[in-house]
Design a protein. Structure first.
Length: 81
């Protein structure tokens, strides 16, 4: 949902911070220390409404019974990881 955060940057962020939740909780200054994460991305990630939008997306998937798989999920297809 963030321009510039695709599969590569998402994996990088989670690898450095440990979980998707930790990505949204991290300070802009610490995000900037991650290779490849510049000022614009760090600002976008650290904005308060970004977490709110992610929570709304999660609510939508739960309401409509959409199964969401993250690449760290054991059931995620290995050929896509």
């Amino acid at each position: 949902m963030l321009p510039g955060v695709g599969p590569i940057n998402a994996r990088k962020l989670v690898a450095y911070l440990g979980s998707p939740e930790a990505v949204f909780a991290e300070s802009k200054q610490k995000l900037l220390k991650i290779p490849g994460i510049g000022e614009y991305l760090a600002q976008q990630i650290s904005q308060a409404d970004t977490l709110h939008l992610a929570e709304k997306e999660l609510e939508f998937t739960q309401k409509h019974k959409i199964e969401v798989l993250f690449y760290t999920d054991p059931t995620y297809p290995k050929h896509l990881a």
